[in-house]
Design a protein around this ligand. Structure first.
Ligand code: SPV
Ligand code: MN
Length: 622
């Protein structure tokens, strides 16, 4: 093996690999170097020197270009590789394993043959970086080691910003094989350093073997092993153990004037307010995308699998997201992707200043009015353009970020993009009701974060449906069970930032979510009362009026309250019907309790409808 490895790497790299004393790691590295056939391979440790090498290589090879501000670089993904590719992302299904129909799968043998065929020689002429990371804090029950091989320096550099280094963690494996392996190749690149063969883009997830093969792509949601690809592997792994993997933010919410912090997690589909909730001014952030939960001594505790933010940059401006705007306009290590650059300065949609009429963007040289091959106008920047920044760069990072025990959870939020049905904020009656009526019923409109049509309404269970690598019913049961086993489960809330009036106008402004979050914190501590509606506990006007004044310095009228918190019975019943149909048709192993809880909700709505009519003002319920 050493012989084969020394064909690819110099003595220094070989020494670094050997120092891990892990034959399993060496086997994987050898096997995939032999398959992908790079010109050379370099082993990167956690040392600042090695990490600086990666940062510089991204620039030397032109995968990133420096911008005016110190530490800022720009990277472009291919024009057709700007979001997650759902169609070509598949779970490899071994013979005999059952999976929910909505989960994209391919027969394991067939899939492996195909993807290994595409990856054969995919790194020709390139340098393969061999990297070691830790998902979750190091030295912790939550730690999950991850090995990454990639020929994209952008991928390796992004992972440095977004994940904890894990070379030293690998040493603690004691030669064991409890690590995930990610093999990525951007494939052949064009003169702009973007993938040529996007038609051969494949992202295949081998859950039983803990490996992911991803090729002919660069967009981070497709290429970075540690992000959405590891999410699938850890959902599978946690299902076979006793913990949960969630597509969730984690934040510390403060009482308006007491010295008190309560930790919340929140699940929102992509581009539905997850990052901006996690970044609310005055609160602290632990995670904006992926959380691991464990039951530790009867309490739900959570950690961030990640260490940084890969956030949507559109509409980040000093007014709506002041804290992240400040970070993005200050010196420090940031990779911008798929935005416009002019005179080495970055520009994006909704940044709140005048925008140039030409520059370089994800289509190459760009000018206003430029069209693509299909005659579509190319925007100044892609809607899904992003930034990657380490959480430690934020002033408001929570001090518990690296706590090996995680934080104790007080509340969980589920929020979709629902123009018609769900109230802006409501509290579930109990754990089961919250998981079923808000989590498993989460319905949302599709967004630009996934390749394909926008604005199509779909069920996106717990906002994690795209990533679930076990039967969906099992995933729901695991969540129900997790809460049951706790001494005091976190309180579950349903939120909806996207409710509209009859004319289609949004009923809330972007920052109102902060009031909802503060209300939840008070509810958790039983410091405000609530009104029982057919779909959950809802806020009282006086409490919201007080919080709007305190948090946003805004007046909150009774009319606004009534409009926002009116229960829309026909819309809610229609939603229940869609949710039930989805589960009956697709989720063969859906638990009976799911249908019971949906039915109870329906009965409560019908009863209230008989008494109060189709549209029920909160005043009638109090
Ligand atoms: C998401 O779309 O949910 C993201 C970005 O967090 S990525 O999954 O990386 O595309
Ligand atoms: Mn996400």
């Amino acid at each position: 093996m050493a012989n084969s490895l020394s064909r690819f790497m110099n003595e220094e790299s070989l020494r670094k690999l050997k120092a891990l004393k892990n034959i399993k790691v060496e086997e994987q590295v050898t096997r995939f170097l032999e398959l992908c056939k790079p010109a050379k391979a370099t082993v990167i440790t956690d040392s600042p020197k090695d990490i600086a090498y990666v940062r510089q290589l991204a620039i030397d090879l032109g995968e990133e270009a420096p911008l005016k501000m110190r530490g800022h670089t720009i990277h472009y993904d291919g024009y057709y590789d700007q979001a997650r590719d759902k169609e070509n992302t598949r779970v490899l299904l071994p013979e005999g394993m059952k999976m929910t129909e909505t989960i994209n799968t391919i027969d394991r043998e067939e899939g492996l043959n195909e993807v290994l065929g595409i990856m054969d020689g995919a790194m020709k002429g390139k340098e393969c970086l061999v990297r070691f990371f830790s998902l979750g804090p190091t030295d912790s029950r939550f730690t999950q080691c991850a090995l990454q091989l990639t020929d994209s320096v952008y991928v390796a550099h992004s992972e440095d910003i977004l994940y904890r280094n894990g070379y030293e963690e690998f040493k603690k494996l004691g030669g064991g094989d409890d690590f995930f392996t990610f093999i990525h190749s951007a494939g052949e690149l064009d003169e702009r350093n973007t993938t040529v063969n996007v038609d051969k883009r494949r992202i295949y997830i081998d859950v039983v073997d803990g490996k992911v093969y991803t090729v002919n792509n660069q967009y981070a949601g497709n290429s970075l092993g540690l992000k959405k690809l590891a999410l699938r592997l850890s959902i599978y792994k946690s299902n076979h153990e006793d913990w949960l993997t969630e597509h969730m933010l984690i934040m510390g919410v403060r009482h308006p004037d007491k010295d008190r912090v309560s930790y919340f997690t929140g699940a929102y589909p992509s581009a539905c307010g997850k990052t901006s909730t996690a970044m609310l001014p005055g609160e602290t952030i632990l995670a904006d995308d992926i959380a691991y939960f464990r039951n530790i001594d009867g309490s739900a505790r959570a950690v961030n699998a990640e260490f940084g933010i890969f956030g949507i940059i559109q509409n980040v401006n000093s007014n709506d997201d002041p804290s992240i705007y400040k970070v993005l306009t200050s010196p420090g290590e940031i990779i911008f992707s798929n935005i416009l650059v002019k005179n080495n300065r970055p520009y994006w949609l909704g940044m709140g200043c005048e925008l140039p009429k030409e520059g370089i963007n994800f289509s190459g040289a760009w000018h206003e009015g430029k069209t693509d091959n299909q005659g579509n106008k190319i925007p100044l920047a892609h809607k899904n353009a992003r930034y990657a920044v380490a959480l430690r760069a934020l002033e408001k990072v929570d001090p518990q970020l690296d706590n090996p025990m995680g934080v104790k959870l007080a509340g969980i939020m589920y929020g979709g993009r629902d123009p018609k049905g769900y109230l802006p904020v409501q509290q579930g009656f109990d754990w089961q009701h919250g998981i079923i009526a808000y989590g498993a019923s989460l319905e949302t409109e599709t967004t630009f974060a996934i390749l394909g049509q926008e604005g199509v309404s779909e069920i996106n269970l717990m906002s994690i449906q795209d990533f679930v690598s076990i039967p969906l019913g099992k995933y729901i049961r695991n969540n129900l069970q997790f809460g049951k086993a706790l001494k005091k489960p976190p309180v579950i809330f349903g939120v909806n930032y996207f409710l509209r009036d009859k004319e289609g106008k949004f009923l809330n402004s972007v920052r109102d979510k902060h009031v909802w979050v503060k209300w939840m914190e008070l509810r958790i501590h039983n410091e405000v009362e609530a009104i029982q509606s057919p779909t959950g506990w809802i806020p009282k006007y006086e409490d919201l009026r007080m919080l709007f004044g305190q948090v946003l310095k805004k007046k909150y009228s009774k009319e606004d309250y009534i409009q926002q918190f009116t229960t829309r019975v026909p819309e809610n019943i229609a939603k229940l019907n869609r949710v039930e149909k989805f589960h009956r048709e697709n989720v063969a192993d859906a638990p009976d309790i799911l249908f019971e809880i949906l039915n109870q909700q329906r009965q409560r709505l019908i009863k209230a409808q008989k008494q109060f009519g189709d549209y029920i003002s909160p005043e009638k319920l109090s």
